[in-house]
Design a protein around this ligand. Structure first.
Ligand code: F6R
Length: 257
């Protein structure tokens, strides 16, 4: 696991965008797994800017999003579909046929989840997946539990996640209770993982994720056994891991720009 401490959110976003665009330059038809939420917004802004400057070309890239609320109309301003269209796919010029999202309108969710897995497999699997982490340690919407589901599935969100998501909704009762998410196995099959962690509110969970054993009550801790993980940690999120910045181990970098 490669852990890098970033001076601030801007730097984290820039470095994340550099890593993603490097991979696209190395493989024009990259298959990219993507997260929504607050954390990757800065990275998406940077990627759009790099694409507008002609530094990276996303036209050959295929994307698979980690999760989507269920049920929700694609046209709903709260859907992750809209988020992606507005913040990344549209302005980065990714052809609509190349973008994929769990089907939030499906009547048969079991079939929709199977189809999603098959689509990922037919695309050759994900080369790189960009993840955020929930304050309870979820990745995608794989919530803490006694067991974790391997494949894409319909899941009930925890009260903690519903409360965290309520910041985007006018009324608490409007916050979706369910979502379709890639499973832990789907995520672990990505050939490379980039985990973005920003803000002091994530300091506690990232310490629990990276230290101590692999455990299902902290789903992100499973990343400890993935062979190719980079964690970009904003300094504020690293404060319990490396309370004294001079204690940052030699093999870990503190990077600025
Ligand atoms: C969203 C997703 C979630 C978020 C996590 C952190 O697609 O998969 O796991 O990454 O809830 O969200 P933020 O970045 O808003 O703190």
């Amino acid at each position: 696991m490669n852990i890098m401490i970033m001076k601030n959110y801007k730097t984290l976003s820039k470095i994340a965008a550099q890593i993603v665009s490097e991979r696209v330059r190395m493989k024009t038809h990259l298959v990219l797994g993507l997260a929504t939420g607050s954390t990757p917004l800065g990275m998406y802004r940077e990627l759009v800017s790099l694409s507008r400057k002609g530094i990276v070309d996303f036209r050959g890239v295929t994307t698979f999003n980690l999760d989507e609320y269920y049920p929700i109309s694609k046209e709903d301003p709260h859907s992750y579909y809209k988020y992606m269209l507005t913040n990344f796919w549209g302005p980065a010029g990714i052809p609509p046929v190349n973008v994929n999202m769990p089907d939030s309108e499906a009547a048969d969710t079991i079939q929709a989840c199977r189809d999603y897995e098959q689509k990922i497999a037919r695309a050759g699997g994900m080369d790189l997946i960009v993840l955020g982490i929930g304050r309870n340690g979820h990745i995608g919407f794989n919530e803490p539990n006694d067991y974790l589901t391997a494949d894409t599935h319909l899941t009930r969100l925890t009260e903690e996640t519903i409360a965290a998501n309520s910041r985007f909704f006018a009324r608490p009762e409007d916050v979706p209770r369910m979502a379709i998410t890639m499973g832990i196995g789907t995520i672990m099959k990505a050939r490379e993982v980039l985990l973005l962690v920003a803000g002091s509110s994530k300091a506690d969970i990232i310490k629990k994720t990276l230290t101590g054993g692999v455990r299902t009550e902290i789903p992100a801790s499973l990343l400890q056994v993935h062979p190719q993980v980079t964690v970009l940690l904003e300094k504020a999120a690293a404060r319990y891991l490396y309370p004294d910045k001079y204690a940052i181990p030699q093999n870990m970098e503190e990077r600025d720009e």
